[in-house]
Design a protein around this ligand. Sequence first.
Ligand code: NAD
Length: 256
Amino acid sequence: MSTSGKLAGKVAVVTGSAAGIGRASCMLFAKEGASVAAVDCNTDGNATLVEEIRSFGGSVEALTADVSSAQDVEHAVHQILSKWRRIDILFNNAGIVPGKKVHTLTEEEWDRAFAINVKSMFLFSRAIVPSFLQQGGGVILNTSSTTALRVAPDRALYTATKGAILSLTKSMAIDYATDNIRVNCLCPGTTDTPSLRARLSAGGNTEEMTKKFIARQPLRRLGTAEEMAQAALYLVSDAAAFVTGSAFQIDGGMSL
Ligand SMILES: NC(=O)c1ccc[n+]([C@@H]2O[C@H](COP(=O)([O-])OP(=O)(O)OC[C@H]3O[C@@H](n4cnc5c(N)ncnc54)[C@H](O)[C@@H]3O)[C@@H](O)[C@H]2O)c1
């Protein structure tokens, strides 16, 4: 376990670690001295992450899990606690971005989005908060979205999940404030990640879609996963010791 860096000596669980914002956060947290438990259903993506982190001497373990499965989550948390004996930071970041208007959605699509985006946060929190209570504190960061604050067309289901995350975050922040457990959410704007690239190319005209997305941003560019990771680092570190229940917007001004 590293003794230098903003997260020295901390154990951080990051979900959605194999790509995008989660991956960049794992890299940064490890560089800042954390031992990182990288949780994702994409085993191959996690394997390259582990290789990269270990190449600079970082501490990381990969765990393959479907974050919407109670059994997978409990098994993963058990493995993490068996290895490191504690958890200090939970970054609930895994998520999917379903499109469509409500009348075209299936019940399965609705349930799957809520299971991956919201229920996963309940499952991980339920499994980890008892350790936080026992050790006298901890930090939870949930990835919501700018769309929780400023809606976009054809994103009703996605927006509903991200709004739920905002409410869950605030409720948990109140519930655990006197237990020294801080709970915040990150609200990224349009960020250049594999999932965004897939959405940009879905309609067959990537260039036009990219221009359209950039035009929504007052700062006239997309965010980067590394910028989101820097915001996440602040929120999970002791620098944010007085921050709880907040929705931290990092969106190039998109929510203005
Ligand atoms: N990229 C953006 O523009 C943007 C904007 C706002 C919010 N967000 C949110 O940020 C988070 C990360 O998004 P991203 O753009 O980095 O996405 P991404 O698709 O690039 O990465 C998401 C990761 O989550 C994993 N994942 C998905 N479902 C899973 C499951 N059931 N179990 C385990 N792992 C699972 C994927 O394998 C992938 O590695 C999401 O919650 C997303 O809603 C992204």
